[in-house]
Design a protein around this ligand. Structure first.
Ligand code: HEC
Length: 154
């Protein structure tokens, strides 16, 4: 009897681990022909993510320009566009298709933009902004080396 309960308990724990892996950690991923993890999502969700990416690149360009112009306002405006508030606009269903590593890198990227804006507001120091921009660019490159996105679901 006791043994039966123990086996059930172990089976339940294993099932939970499998479910957490499938639904929380793994996201919707499929076979990839290179070393990047391939995320599957709908065409419209991919459009949303790619749109965000292009805004990221614009922010990076404008932050850099703000550093060169010694202009905190330009830096603040450029970083806020890509800050954490953008996440609130994510289409429903997108977050659960993303593997945990992608989400972590994505959220920390938005946070870094917010930090750049915060520091530029409180005490603008171009050298520090440049250092923060460098950490940000590190996030961009790490994620691009690790993930790609395919649309094979409607
Ligand atoms: C959390 C992961 C992640 C982060 C962080 C990230 N990207 Fe991306 N980005 C991607 C993926 C995935 C693609 C699509 C690659 C593919 O499918 O081949 C992409 C594509 C892009 C594209 C192409 C957009 C288009 O219209 O095709 C640009 C530009 C881009 N990223 C810029 C950036 C910049 C700049 C940063 C840093 C501020 C950044 N990304 C940070 C994951 C990320």
């Amino acid at each position: 009897m006791k043994k039966g309960i123990l086996i059930l308990a172990i089976a339940s724990v294993l099932l939970n681990i499998a479910l957490v892996y499938m639904f929380i950690l793994k996201g919707a991923t499929i076979e990839s022909n290179d070393i990047r993890i391939n995320i599957a999502m709908t065409e419209s969700n991919r459009e949303f993510v790619m749109d965000e990416m292009r805004v990221f690149l614009e922010s990076i360009k404008d932050i850099n320009e703000g550093i060169l112009n010694n202009d905190p306002e330009q830096v603040i405006k450029a970083s806020e566009i890509s800050g954490g508030s953008v996440i609130d606009h994510a289409p429903p269903g997108l977050l659960k298709t993303l593997p945990v590593g992608f989400k972590q890198l994505g959220f920390s990227t938005h946070d870094l933009f917010d930090e750049i804006a915060k520091n530029a507001k409180e005490n603008f120091n171009p050298k520090q902004t440049q250092r923060q921009l460098n950490s940000l660019l590190y996030n961009c490159t790490v994620c691009h080396q690790s993930f790609k996105i395919q649309t094979n679901i409607k």
